[in-house]
Design a protein around this ligand. Structure first.
Ligand code: ADP
Ligand code: MG
Ligand code: ZN
Length: 628
C-alpha cells in the first residue's frame, strides 16, 4: 500500500511521455484539417485552370495561406451538377484572385484558426508541467510530510500498524480462572483512574507490566480488560510486527507508537509476543539481528523517556520470559511480572461459566463435569470447545447444547477432525487389536489412569484412539505412574506383535513410541529415576534457535551419553515385556473385546471394565504392578 504511490508515478512518467508524443501527432494533424469543408476528390492545378477558363468554377474557398482550395465546379454535361473538389495551389497567387474577381467567382479566404497554435503551445507545456508535478509529489512524500495522502518512503510510520481501540469493551468479569493475576492488575486500573492517590504519597507508578504464560491463557484478554475497566484507549502491536525487512523500521515504529500513546494518555500500550524483539541481545546464532537490537534499544529508551506519571502503562505478554533481555526486566521498565497460568479445575469451571453465558445449554449439562474432563486446557481451548459444541448443535438442528455435543467437541479439540471409519478388513482388525491392547494394559495396570473409551473412528492422524480419563489434577507424578504410562503406550504395539507376529507389526505405533522414548529419557536425564543416579543431565529443552540454551546442552561426557541411551533402552524393553505379558495372559477377553469394538466402533470405559471383570477380577488398584 505504501509503495503504490511511487510505483504509480514511476509508471506514469513513461506513459506521459508516450502520450505526449501521440498527442503532438494528433495536434499537427488537426492543423491540416480543413474544418467542415473537406472534399475527398482532388483536382490538379492544371485542370483547375482549364475549368477556370471554361467558366465551370462557381466558388473557391482558400485555406492555409492560399495553398489549398476547395472549389465548386459545375458540369454542363450533367445538367450543371455541382462538384466539390480539392486543389493544391502553387502558393499565394494574387493574380489568381484578380482572375476570380474578373470571372465573378464567389471566393473566400480562410485565415488559419488561432486555436491550433494555442493548443500546440499548451501541448508543449503540458509535459514539463506534469513531469515537475510528479517529481514534486515524489519528493514531498519522500520527505515524509505529515498528513500527505500517501507515504512512499516513510515505511517507518506505524500508521495502521498498531491498533488503537478507544474502548475495548472487555471487563474483568470476562476474564476468569486467573484470580491472582486479576487481583494484581486491579491496582493498575487504579493507577490509571486515580493516579493522584499514588503520586500524593510520592509513589512512582509502575511503567510496565509483563504478563507471562502459555498461549491462550488470556493475556491479551487481561490487558484489554484493564483498559476496559479503566476506560482508557488500548494501543496494541505484536512484537513480530516491529521487526520487518527494512532496517530502522522497528525503531521508528516504537517511537511512533509511544508518540501516539502520549497524545492519548492515559492509555495502555500492549506489546504482544515481546520476546520477538526483547530477546537477549547478542544471543542470536550467526551474529544476531541488528534490526531487532535497535528496536529493543528504542523500546528501552522510550520506556525511560516518559516519566512515571504520564499515565501510560506498557503491558507486554510473552510465553518465553527466560529469553528476555535482562535490561527489559530492570526496575523502571517491566518491573512487574505477573504469571498467567493454565487454569486448574476451579479456574476451568469459571472460564466455562463465562463462555456459557451466551450459549444455550441443555439443563442436564454440568459444567463441572466438563471442567473435570479437560485438564491442561487453556482458556482459549475452553472457549473453542464450547463454540465447537454450539456449532455441532446447530448442525444437528438441536435447540440446546447437550452432553453429546460437548463430548464430541472435546474429542475434536484434543484429537482433531473425525474421519470416516475404515471398512472391515485385516487392517481394521489390526487397529482394533492395537487399541484394545492399549486399553487392556491400561485397565489392568496399577497406577494407570482408567480407560474412558476406545474407538475405531479415526481422528486427526490417528486411525483409532484410546482415551484415558485423568483422575485428578496431578502436579507430581510418581515413578510407577510413569512406568505405567510407558507400558500402556506400548500396549498397542505389544498386541500387534503378539497376535499378528513380528512380521506384521505396523507403523501405527510411531506416535506411541515417540511418547515412550521421551518419557523414558526424562526419567533418566531429568528425574533421577534410573540406575544412573540422581543426575540432572538436561535442562528443560528449549528450542535451539533461541540461542541461549544451545551452548549449555550436553554437558556430560560421551560415556555418560551412552549410558543414558542404555538406561532408556532398558526401561522401554522392560515395559514392553510387561505389556506383552498382559496381552498374552488375557488373550480370551481381548479377542472378545476386539469383536465387539469392530461391531460397535466405540466402547466406553464402563462397559469395557464390565466385560474385563467377567474374566479377571480387577481390584481398585489394578492387577499388574509396574515395577522395574
Ligand atoms: P493469550 O493472549 O494468552 O494467548 P488470549 O487472551 O488471546 O490468550 O485468549 C484467547 C481467547 O480465549 C480469549 O479471547 C477468550 O475468549 C478466551 N480466554 C482465554 N483465557 C480466558 C480466561 N482466563 N477467561 C475467559 N476467557 C478466556
Ligand atoms: Mg495473545
Ligand atoms: Zn497406539
Amino acid at each position: 500500500m505504501k509503495l503504490s504511490w511511487r510505483i504509480i508515478l514511476l509508471w506514469a512518467l513513461p506513459i506521459l511521455v508516450i502520450g505526449f508524443f501521440l498527442w503532438q501527432g494528433t495536434l499537427s494533424q488537426t492543423s491540416v484539417d480543413l474544418g467542415q469543408n473537406t472534399a475527398s476528390t482532388r483536382m490538379t492545378y492544371g485542370r483547375f485552370l482549364e475549368y477556370l477558363d471554361a467558366h465551370r468554377i462557381t466558388s473557391v474557398d482558400l485555406y492555409e495561406g492560399g495553398r489549398t482550395a476547395i472549389v465548386e465546379a459545375t458540369d454542363p454535361e450533367l445538367e450543371n451538377r455541382v462538384e466539390r473538389l480539392r486543389v493544391d495551389l502553387p502558393g499565394n497567387t494574387p493574380e489568381l484572385i484578380s482572375r476570380f474577381r474578373a470571372a465573378n467567382i464567389n471566393f473566400d479566404y480562410h485565415v488559419p484558426k488561432s486555436d491550433g497554435a494555442i493548443w500546440g503551445f499548451l501541448g508543449n507545456l503540458v509535459f514539463p508541467i506534469l513531469l515537475l508535478t510528479g517529481l514534486f509529489f515524489l519528493f514531498r512524500r519522500s520527505n515524509g510530510v505529515p498528513g500527505g495522502p500517501g507515504q512512499a518512503m516513510s515505511f517507518g510510520k506505524s500508521k495502521a500498524r498498531f491498533q488503537m481501540e478507544a474502548k475495548t469493551g472487555v471487563m474483568f468479569d470476562d476474564v476468569a480462572g486467573i484470580e491472582e493475576a486479576k487481583e494484581e492488575l486491579q491496582e493498575v486500573v487504579t493507577f490509571l483512574k486515580k493516579p493522584e492517590r499514588f503520586t500524593a504519597v510520592g509513589a512512582r507508578i509502575p511503567k510496565g507490566v509483563l504478563l507471562v504464560g502459555p498461549p491462550g491463557t488470556g493475556k491479551t484478554l487481561l490487558a484489554k480488560a484493564i483498559a476496559g475497566e479503566a476506560g482508557v484507549p488500548f494501543f496494541s502491536i505484536s512484537g513480530s510486527e516491529f521487526v520487518e525487512m527494512f532496517v530502522g523500521v522497528g525503531a521508528s515504529r516504537v517511537r511512533d507508537l509511544f508518540k501516539k500513546a502520549k497524545e492519548n494518555a492515559p492509555c495502555i500500550i500492549f506489546i504482544d509476543e515481546i520476546d520477538a524483539v526483547g530477546r537477549q541481545r547478542g544471543a542470536g546464532i550467526g551474529g544476531g539481528n541488528d534490526e531487532r537490537e535497535q528496536t529493543l534499544n528504542q523500546l528501552l529508551t522510550e520506556m525511560d523517556g516518559f516519566e512515571g506519571n504520564t499515565g501510560i502503562i506498557v503491558i507486554a505478554a510473552t510465553n518465553r520470559p527466560d529469553v528476555l533481555d535482562s535490561a527489559l526486566l530492570r526496575p523502571g521498565r517491566f518491573d512487574r511480572q505477573i504469571t498467567v497460568d493454565t487454569p486448574d479445575i476451579k479456574g476451568r469451571l469459571s472460564i466455562l461459566e463465562v463462555h456459557a453465558r451466551n450459549k444455550k445449554l441443555a439443563p442436564e449439562i454440568q459444567l463441572e463435569a466438563i471442567a473435570r474432563r479437560t485438564p491442561g486446557f487453556s482458556g482459549a481451548d475452553l472457549a473453542n470447545l464450547l463454540n465447537e459444541a454450539a456449532i455441532l448443535t446447530a448442525r444437528r438442528r438441536k435447540d440446546a447444547i447437550t452432553m453429546l455435543e460437548i463430548d464430541d467437541a472435546v474429542d475434536r479439540v484434543v484429537a482433531g477432525m473425525e474421519g470416516t471409519p475404515l471398512v472391515d478388513g485385516k487392517s481394521k482388525r489390526l487397529i482394533a487389536y492395537h487399541e484394545i491392547g492399549h486399553a487392556m494394559v491400561g485397565t489392568l495396570l496399577k497406577d494407570h489412569d482408567p480407560v474412558q473409551k476406545v474407538t475405531l473412528i479415526p481422528r486427526g492422524q490417528a486411525q483409532g484412539l484410546t482415551w484415558f480419563a485423568p483422575t485428578e489434577e496431578q502436579f507430581l507424578i510418581s515413578r510407577s505412574q510413569i512406568l505405567a504410562r510407558i507400558t500402556g503406550a506400548l500396549g498397542g504395539r505389544a498386541a500387534e506383535d503378539m497376535i499378528f507376529g513380528d512380521a506384521e507389526v505396523t507403523t501405527g505405533a510411531g506416535n506411541d513410541l515417540q511418547q515412550v522414548t521421551t518419557m523414558a529419557r526424562q526419567m533418566v536425564t531429568r528425574y533421577g529415576m534410573s540406575d544412573l543416579g540422581l543426575l540432572s543431565l538436561e535442562g528443560q529443552m528449549g528450542e535451539v534457535f533461541l540461542g541461549r540454551d544451545l551452548m549449555t546442552r550436553s554437558e556430560y561426557s560421551n560415556e555418560i551419553a551412552s549410558r543414558v541411551d542404555g538406561q532408556v533402552r532398558e526401561i522401554v524393553a522392560h515395559c514392553y515385556q510387561s505389556a506383552c505379558t498382559i496381552i498374552e495372559q488375557n488373550r480370551e477377553v481381548i479377542d472378545r473385546l476386539v469383536d465387539l469394538l469392530i461391531e460397535k466402533e466405540t466402547i466406553d470405559g464402563e462397559e469395557f471394565r464390565q466385560i474385563v471383570s467377567e474374566y479377571v477380577t480387577v481390584p481398585e488398584k489394578g492387577v499388574y504392578a509396574s515395577v522395574l
